[in-house]
Design a protein around this ligand. Structure first.
Ligand code: NAD
Length: 483
C-alpha cells in the first residue's frame, strides 16, 4: 500500500546554515525525498544560505554529496538527484552583518509561502530575525523554523521567545522537535483517540505505570562543547522525553488542530509534580576498549555533567494521580532503543490460581530503531497439561501491516511539509517550551546547589545500577534495555 501524497502549494525555503551538519544530514535529504514524491511544485525554490562564499554550482555539489551519503536508497536514482540539485540556489549571507542580504532580497518574490529555516546556533536567531525585518523579507506568508536547543533555562527561553515575538507572530514560528514528526508518535494519537479500545483504560485505575526510554549507543561525538553545558536533562529530557510524556498522558483534545493539541500538552507539563532528588539518577559514561570516557570526550576531567538520566515523576491530575512515570535517556548505552511502554495493572482476581503466574498487558510503542506498536496479551499455552498462561505480542509492525511499499517518511520530511502547509500541530508553542523549562530549572539548580556528581557507568551498559534500583524499589523493571 503506497501512501497518498497530498499536494502542497509552491514555496520558497531558505536554509540558513545550509552548509551545516543538520542541513546535510537531515534537511536536504528530507527535501529531496519530498521532491521525488512530487511535493515541490514549480516554481518552488530552495536556497542555501551560509557564511562561506561559493557559487550555486559549488553548493549543488555539497548537496549532491550529502544526498549520496544520507538520503539512502532514494539517492540511487541519479537522474532525480541531478534534477533536484538543479533547483538549488545559494547565497552567502552573514547573520551578524549586512553581507549578502540584498542578494537574498533580490532572489525572493512575493506570492509563494516563504519559510526561513534557522539551522544555525541559537545565538544567531535574534540577528537573523532582525535582518529579515530590516531587509523587508517578512510578509504575511513568512514562517520561520527554529531548531533546538530552545534556550538553556527558563530565563533564556523567555528571552528568545520575546526576541522572536518582536519580529513574528506566534503563528509564524515553528519550534521543531523531530520526535513529534515520527510516524509512531503520531500513531500514538491515532491509537489513543481513534479506537474505543484503549481510552477507557487509559488512567490510574487500569495502568500500573508508564515508562519512556530513549537510549543511544553513541557518545557525545563532536558536540562535546555544547553537550558539556547542556547534559542529558537539557539536551533530551526537557524536550524530546517531555513531548512524548505529553502525548501519552494528555486529555483528548476537542479537535486534532494546533492549539487544541498544544493546550492539552501544556496542561500535562503544568501538572507535573516537583521531582524528589532521590527519584533522580544521573550518570556519566566511562571509557571502554577503544572508546574514550565522557570526561575525555568533552575535555573536562572534573565534569559533573550527566550523559544519562533516569527519573520518576507524577502528574497531579484526576486521570493520573498515583501512577508513576519513569523516564530515562542516555548516551553510550548498550542498544539504540527508543520506546514507550504502558504497563497495565494485574487482573483484580486470577481465576487460574497462583500457579498461572503473574500476567499483565503491556502496550509498547517502539520509536527506534524500528517503528511499531505491540500489545502484549495473555493466552493459554497451547497443548494439554492444564491452564498454563503465556504472554504473546499482538504485533503491529508498520512494515508488515502496511506492506513493503508503505511510505514512512522521515520526521523531517513530514515536519517541513507541515511548515509549508501552515500546520503547527506538531510544533511546540512558546508557553509549552517555557513550562518545560519551569519544570526542569529547579531540578538542575538543586544539583548545582548540592554539587551533585553523576554516577559513573560502563560504556555500552544499561546505565548506572541505581537506575535499576529506582524501579526495583517499587517492584518494577525497565523494559527494553535492562541491567
Ligand atoms: P554546523 O556548525 O554544522 O553549521 C552551522 C551553519 O551555520 C553553517 O552552515 C554556517 O555557515 C552557518 N553560520 C554560522 N555562522 C553564521 C553567520 N554568522 N551567518 C550565517 N550563517 C552562519 O551546525 P549544525 O550541526 O548544522 O546545527 C545547526 C543548528 O541545528 C544548531 O542550532 C544545532 O543545535 C541544531 N541541531 C543540530 C542537530 C544536528 O544533528 N546537527 C540536531 C538538532 C539540532
Amino acid at each position: 500500500m503506497v501512501s497518498r501524497t497530498i499536494p502542497v502549494d509552491a514555496f520558497d525555503l531558505i536554509i540558513f546554515g545550509g552548509t551545516g551538519d543538520l542541513a546535510r544530514r537531515k534537511i536536504l535529504p528530507a527535501l529531496f525525498k519530498r521532491f521525488c514524491a512530487g511535493q515541490m511544485p514549480a516554481p518552488s525554490r530552495l536556497i542555501g544560505a551560509a557564511r562561506a562564499e561559493m557559487s550555486a554550482a559549488d553548493y549543488r555539489e555539497i548537496a549532491r554529496a550529502a544526498l549520496l551519503e544520507f538520503a539512502g536508497e532514494a539517492a540511487l536514482d541519479d537522474a532525480s538527484v541531478t534534477e533536484f540539485c538543479q533547483t538549488l540556489e545559494y547565497v552567502a549571507v552573514d547573520a551578524r552583518d549586512g553581507r549578502g542580504w540584498d542578494d537574498l532580497s533580490a532572489m525572493l518574490t512575493d506570492g509563494p509561502v516563504r519559510a526561513f529555516y534557522y539551522s544555525v546556533g541559537p545565538g544567531l536567531f535574534s540577528d537573523l530575525s532582525a535582518r529579515l525585518h530590516k531587509h523587508g523579507l517578512v510578509n504575511a506568508e513568512t514562517r520561520i523554523v527554529v531548531e533546538k536547543p530552545f534556550g538553556h533555562d527558563l530565563d533564556s527561553a523567555r528571552g528568545l521567545n520575546r526576541e522572536l515575538a518582536q519580529h513574528f507572530d506566534e503563528s509564524q514560528i515553528y519550534r521543531i522537535d523531530h520526535y513529534l514528526g515520527k510516524e509512531t508518535v503520531q500513531n500514538l494519537m491515532a491509537v489513543r483517540f481513534g479506537n474505543m479500545l484503549f481510552e477507557p483504560l487509559w488512567n490510574a485505575q487500569y495502568i500500573d505505570h508508564i515508562q519512556i526510554t530513549v537510549a543511544e549507543t553513541v557518545g557525545v561525538g563532536g558536540r562535546g562543547e555544547y553537550y558539556e553545558n547542556a547534559g542529558a536533562m537539557r539536551d533530551m529530557m526537557q524536550n524530546h522525553l517531555m513531548q512524548l510524556l505529553c502525548l501519552i498522558a494528555m486529555e483528548p483534545p476537542a479537535m486534532f488542530e494546533p492549539d487544541a493539541v498544544r493546550d492539552e500538552k501544556l496542561k500535562v507539563i503544568r501538572a507535573l509534580d516537583v521531582v524528589q532528588p532521590h527519584h533522580i539518577v544521573r550518570g556519566q559514561y566511562t571509557a571502554a576498549d577503544g572508546y574514550s570516557s565522557y570526561r575525555e570526550d568533552v575535555g573536562n576531567p572534573r565534569s559533573k555533567t550527566e550523559s544519562f538520566i533516569a527519573l520518576k515523576c507524577h502528574l497531579n491530575n484526576w486521570r493520573w494521580a498515583g501512577t508513576p512515570f519513569y523516564l530515562r535517556t542516555g548516551k553510550r548505552l548498550k542498544e539504540r532503543d527508543s520506546e514507550i511502554t504502558v504497563v497495565f495493572k494485574d487482573t483484580p482476581h486470577s481465576i487460574f490460581g497462583p500457579e498461572a503466574g503473574r500476567h499483565r498487558n503491556e502496550l509498547t510503542i517502539q520509536l527506534q530503531p524500528d517503528e511499531g506498536i505491540t500489545l502484549g496479551v495473555t493466552i493459554k499455552e497451547p497443548g494439554p497439561g492444564g491452564m498454563r498462561l503465556i504472554d504473546v505480542p499482538l504485533d503491529m509492525s508498520f512494515a508488515e501491516a502496511l506492506g513493503p511499499d508503505a511510505d514512512t517518511p522521515d520526521a523531517y520530511e513530514r515536519l517541513i511539509m507541515d511548515v509549508i502547509r501552515g500546520n503547527q500541530t506538531l510544533f511546540m508553542r512558546n508557553d509549552e517550551v517555557e513550562a518545560a523549562w519551569a519544570w526542569t530549572d529547579p531540578i538542575i539548580r538543586g544539583w548545582e546547589a548540592r554539587g551533585d556528581a553523576p554516577k559513573p557507568y560502563d560504556s555500552f551498559s544499561a546505565g548506572p545500577d541505581d537506575a535499576a534500583l529506582l524501579m526495583r524499589r517499587d517492584g518494577r523493571e525497565w523494559r527494553g534495555i535492562t541491567h
